[in-house]
Structures are given as C-alpha cells and as structure tokens.
Design a binder for this molecule. Structure first.
Ligand SMILES: Nc1ncnc2c1ncn2[C@@H]1O[C@H](COP(=O)(O)OP(=O)(O)OP(=O)(O)O)[C@@H](O)[C@H]1O
Ligand SMILES: [Mg+2]
Length: 266
C-alpha cells in the first residue's frame, strides 16, 4: 500500500466553551478525491482551517507525507503542497482574472528581486513561463477568454472557477475545496463536476471537497468515500449510497432543516 498523503488523527479544537472539532480522524491516499459533508456549523471549514494552520488544534495530529505539519506557518504549508479555496470567495476584486492567477504563481519565484529589477535572462525566462502557466491555468478552468476581465465583473460561478485556478497555481499535492458549488445553478454545477473530475483524474490531484450540493458530492465521490461531520464529530464515513441510506445522517440533516424552520418562525 502506498504511503498516506494526509493523515489527521484525533483532531480537536475548542473555541471558548465550544468544541468545534472533536477527535476527528481522516486519511487520504495519493490521488484520492473524498467528500466532507455535514449540516451547517458541523466543523467542516474548521477542519480546513486546522489543516492549513490558520488555527491551531487543541489536540491531535496532522501528518502530511509522513511528517507533522502542526505549528507550520500557512506559508510553509503552502510550500509543502497544500492549497485551498474558500467558502467565501477571496479574490482581489480590482485585479484581472489573469493577475489573480499570476499572484498565486509568484508564491514560489524562480529569481531574486534584483534579477527581476535588472531583467536578467533568468528573470525574463521566468516571466515568460509565468505568463504561459497563468494562461494554461485559466484555460484549464475555461476562463481564458476572461483573462483581462476584472475579477469583480465575473459572474459568481466564474469567480469560483477563478479561485480554483489560483489554488492550482502553487502546483499543490493536496487541494482543499470549500463548497466549490456554492451559489451555482444546476448547469453550472454540472460544468463544475466535469471540471473537478478532470482536475482529479487527468491531472492527478488529491482532493478533499466540502460541499452542500448533494448531487455534486455524490457524483464526484461515487468511486470513493464521504466523511460526515455532525456537531464537530465524525458521524460516519462511507460510499455515497451508504451515506444516503444511513439513518443517523438523515436525522442530522433533518435536524438542520427543523432548526432552520424554528429560527425563521421565531
Ligand atoms: N474562529 C472561530 N472562533 C469561534 N468559533 C468559531 C470559529 N470558527 C468556527 N467557529 C464555530 O465552530 C463551529 C463550526 O464552524 P464551521 O465554520 O467549521 O462549520 P461548517 O461545518 O463549515 O458550517 P457551514 O456548512 O455553515 O459552512 C460553529 O459553531 C462556528 O460558529
Ligand atoms: Mg463552512
């Protein structure tokens, strides 16, 4: 068996009195695409924040390719090969689509600032490579024709694709997608399924995807598994059909709808 790319063991975090994540364990082999679902507030985004160390765990381990990454800076974690998209899109709205991707590529420059200033052949070559790669990434997500468009002018669904291109700019080994289909209509969801499948199968990315659109997560994880979180803890893990037929999962989601009704009625 190949070495796990990611192994999360007994991960927990408390915020004041709230235990947002409780003893969660998740394991991924290289090249896998797994889902992470659960009702609102279940702790899904917090798990991503823990993996990228924008928050520190209270206890537990996060092992990437055999080495602990707890305590590394978000920058180091990016260089070790983890990249993410955000539930609330985080683009530079005034910059063009191209510039947003280009910024991601500059995370690992191949030349010094001095070389860039006097435009050495190495810096010029790297500049050409950056342009080529940025356009390739935009093409990959079907946004090449919008390269010069301001990010804020793009429809919401296209902004989500742009975030995906920017996340791939650092050539990550592990891609964390936080609700990539949020706000998309059915046609956009179907396009996104094709795109994520392509990123996964033809480019070989290892992916964890948080998603509320059940059709999207069930389709993309049909050959793998889905982790279900509820109230910070792992409720179950299984294939899409096992998850859909699990009474505890149904109950957790029904509870969410009931809470939403109670809140809107009050
Ligand atoms: N930085 C923080 N400080 C305090 N509480 C937080 C913080 N981040 C998350 N929480 C709380 O932790 C719990 C889990 O939040 P989280 O955002 O991880 O849920 P989620 O599963 O991603 O939900 P959603 O589907 O709504 O995005 C919630 O109760 C939330 O209010
Ligand atoms: Mg979330």
């Amino acid at each position: 068996m190949s070495q796990e790319i990611l192994s999360i063991r007994d991960l927990s975090v408390n915020f004041g009195g709230v235990q947002a994540v409780k003893n969660v364990s998740i394991t991924l082999q290289p090249g896998e695409l797994v889902g992470l679902i659960g009702p609102n507030g279940a702790g899904k985004t917090t798990v991503f924040n823990l993996i990228t160390n924008s928050i520190r765990p209270t206890s537990g381990e996060i092992i990437l390719n055999g080495k602990s990454i707890v305590g590394k800076s978000p920058d180091q974690i990016c260089r070790l090969g983890i990249s993410r998209t955000f539930q609330n899109i985080r683009l530079f709205p005034q910059m063009s689509a191209y510039e947003n991707v280009e910024l991601g590529l500059h995370n690992t420059p191949q030349y010094t600032i001095f070389e860039a200033f006097i435009r050495t052949p190495r810096a010029r070559r790297a500049g050409i490579n950056t342009r080529k790669r940025a356009h390739e990434l935009l093409e990959m997500v079907n946004l090449d024709k919008f390269a010069r468009e301001r990010a804020s002018n793009l429809p919401y669904g296209l902004q989500r694709r742009l975030e995906l291109a920017r996340a791939m700019a650092t050539s990550p080994k592990l891609l964390l997608l936080d609700e990539p289909a949020a706000g998309m209509n059915e046609d956009e969801c179907n396009e996104l399924i094709k795109l994520i499948r392509q990123i996964h199968t033809t480019m070989g990315y290892t992916i964890i995807m948080i998603e509320h659109h059940m059709a999207v997560v069930m389709d993309l994880c049909r050959d793998s598994r889905i982790y279900v979180l509820n109230l910070g803890a792992l409720l179950t893990v299984g294939s899409p059909s096992e998850i859909q037929n699990n009474p505890d999962v149904i109950k957790a989601y029904l509870g969410e709808r009931k809470n939403a009704r109670d809140t809107s009625a009050s």
